[in-house]
Design a binder for this molecule. Structure first.
Ligand SMILES: Cc1ncc(COP(=O)(O)O)c(C=O)c1O
Length: 464
């Protein structure tokens, strides 16, 4: 069966039977290349659900167990070497085993790694983040989930309201307030300005999840209408300024500015979840890049250079809720000296302003070369990205929001693309919805390897 997936008719028709055959072939190849991962999986599954520490690490035919990494490369337990475009789900912009971050952490190890009392590192990191994100006050956490959880509490404390708005199809961690409308079915979404609360998985009480509603991205009119309907009830709007969990969807011109105005008009705290964008798409993250100032910023992932930490930035008014003891922001390991040493070295020695120029230039080069291959092979796809983040989106036209992602993205092609990458020495994020993350260690050699894999894929898929 041949189905033309394009709306314009300009792209090559995709032969579905061929995609299925190729997917089977590449899956078999991946299995043959990774017998030791299979062994690890069979052992691990007896002691960890799915054989992995986090469900995001699950994979077909089994997870690829990694032994080590250096710079832009990682090796799996079978000894296969990969150029790493996965980068630990967008964390390792500093490159693996970065010597500067390593030295800072090693020095800290000899001085003691945990006191649950503040150390100098936390002051330096908070000062650095204030400068970058233009928010005066910071607290630390241990993950993105904790950062967004605390930000939600703070927005409620600041407003005395309970409801939270989020964006359809966005992921902000796995606590009760945000496990709503993460990847809902199209039918569950309802009208654009009638925000539903579609729970993602079990274990989240309806009494809590009902307090969170979702609106479409890039639609300020829908937001305006919803804020009118829920007048006086909404504490905060949590959103990624550029969506990064359904491939990458940038904000359209004027959208974030209008969101800011609407939140101010309706007394709603605006939370930018910059867990993915924060330390990857510019010196001051999306906040600086798009020039719109939120009330709260949540960070994690790349900001601590491969160590488990996060941060929340806030206005003085919101910080007062914590200092006065009205909102409780706690954590035994918050501001852990080892994590702070890593974050300090990451921010002040590695991911300095110039590093972002370099990441941007490398990303543009890769995107342009992918776009050229897309055109040459007339694939129904396009490229998107900014800073260290980018992707090929298998859709015939640009996505504006989650409803587009559901209806326009060709999941079979995306999955096959992942298999080709893995079998051609490119370590990539599994799943249809992810993107690549570059590090400062990525060279032309890494890009060439990526492009070779992508061209092999393009040529086999199109029979070209
Ligand atoms: C935008 C966003 N927010 C929050 C989180 C949760 O972060 P963590 O996995 O560190 O809890 C993620 C994780 O992928 C994320 O992408």
């Amino acid at each position: 069966m041949t189905v033309d997936t394009t709306t314009t008719g300009a792209a090559t028709a995709i032969d579905r039977d061929r995609i299925k055959e190729l997917t089977q072939r590449e899956l078999q190849k991946l299995a043959e290349r990774t017998p030791k991962s299979k062994e690890r999986y069979e052992r691990a599954v007896k002691v960890m659900p799915g054989g992995v520490p986090s469900s995001f690490q699950e994979n077909d035919p089994w997870p690829i167990y990694v032994s080590h990494g250096e710079g832009s490369r990682v090796w799996d337990v079978d000894g296969n070497e990969y150029a790493d475009f996965h980068n630990g789900f967008g964390v390792m912009c500093i490159g693996h085993a970065n010597p500067k971050v390593g030295a800072a952490v090693k020095a800290r190890v000899d001085e003691g790694t945990h006191f649950a009392a503040p150390t100098d590192g936390s002051i330096v990191v908070a000062e650095e983040l204030s400068k970058r994100f233009r928010l005066p006050q910071w607290r630390f956490t241990n993950s993105g989930t904790e950062s967004t959880m605390d930000a939600v509490h703070l927005s409620r404390g600041a407003t005395g309201r309970d409801m939270i708005l989020k964006i359809e199809g966005s992921y902000h961690g796995h606590h009760d307030a945000v496990m709503v409308s993460v990847y809902p079915d199209l039918e569950a979404l309802g009208e654009r300005d009638d925000p539903r609360s579609v729970v993602y998985g079990e274990g989240y009480p309806r009494a809590l999840t009902e307090l969170t509603r979702a609106v479409p991205f890039n639609d300020a009119d829908a937001l305006e209408s919803v804020l009118g309907k829920l007048e006086g009830k909404v504490a905060g709007l949590i959103m990624e300024p550029a969506m990064m969990n359904i491939n990458i969807i940038p904000p359209v011109d004027g959208y974030l500015e209008r969101v800011r105005e609407l939140c101010t008009e309706h007394g709603v705290k605006l939370i930018f979840d910059e867990v993915k964008t924060g330390a990857t798409i510019g010196y001051g993250g999306a906040t600086q890049r798009f020039g719109v100032q939120p009330d709260l910023v949540t960070l994690a992932k790349a900001v601590c250079g491969g160590y488990p930490g996060g941060a929340i930035g806030m206005t003085d008014e919101i910080a007062e809720l914590i200092s006065s003891g009205r909102v409780h922001q706690y954590g035994t390991f918050n501001g852990n000296p080892l994590v702070m040493a890593a974050a300090q070295a990451t921010l002040t020695e590695v991911l300095v302003a110039g590093a972002y120029e370099r990441l941007e230039a490398t990303n543009e080069k890769l995107k342009a070369a992918c776009a050229e291959l897309i055109e040459r092979y007339r694939l129904p796809a396009y490229t998107e990205g900014m800073g260290a983040k980018g992707c090929v989106i298998f859709a015939p036209e640009p996505l504006r929001e989650y409803r587009d992602y559901l209806t326009k993205v060709d999941g079979e092609l995306a999955t096959l693309g992942w298999l080709f990458h893995m079998n051609h020495g490119i370590f990539m994020t599994p799943g249809v919805e992810e993107e690549w993350t570059l590090s400062i260690a990525h060279s032309d050699d890494d890009l060439d390897r990526y492009l070779n894999a992508f061209e092999t894929f393009a040529s086999e898929v199109t029979g070209g």
